[in-house]
Design a protein. Structure first.
Length: 103
C-alpha cells in the first residue's frame, strides 16, 4: 500500500469508530427522554428477543432443514429443562446427525 492509501484506510477506520460511538452515545442520551411505562416499556422489554431472532433466523434458514430441526430441538431442550449448555449440545448433535444422514 502506498502512503496515500494508508492514510485513507486509517481515515476510514477512524470515521467508522466515530460513527459507532456517536450512535451509542446518542442512544444513551436519548434513552433518558423515552417514556418509562405503557407500550414503550413493553416494546423495550421485547426488543432483545426480536434482535436475537433477527440475527439468528437467517443462519438457521441458511443451514437448511437439518438446521431448522436442530434449532427447534435446541429451543425445546432449553425450554424444557433450562440448561442452555445441554440445549446447545443437543442442537449440535442433531445438526451433525442431519449432515451425516444427508450424505
Amino acid at each position: 500500500m502506498g502512503n496515500g492509501q494508508d492514510l485513507q484506510a486509517y481515515g476510514a477506520i477512524v470515521a467508522a469508530a466515530l460513527v459507532t460511538y456517536g450512535l451509542r452515545l446518542g442512544g444513551l442520551l436519548l434513552s433518558s427522554r423515552l417514556p418509562r411505562g405503557g407500550r414503550s416499556r413493553a416494546f423495550m422489554e421485547a426488543l432483545p428477543g426480536t434482535l436475537l431472532v433477527a440475527l439468528v433466523a437467517p443462519g438457521i434458514l441458511a443451514a437448511g432443514p437439518s438446521g431448522i430441526v436442530a434449532a427447534t430441538c435446541t429451543a425445546a431442550v432449553s425450554l424444557k429443562n433450562g440448561n442452555v449448555f445441554l440445549a446447545m449440545l443437543v442442537g449440535m448433535a442433531v445438526k451433525l446427525a442431519g449432515q451425516y444422514l444427508a450424505g
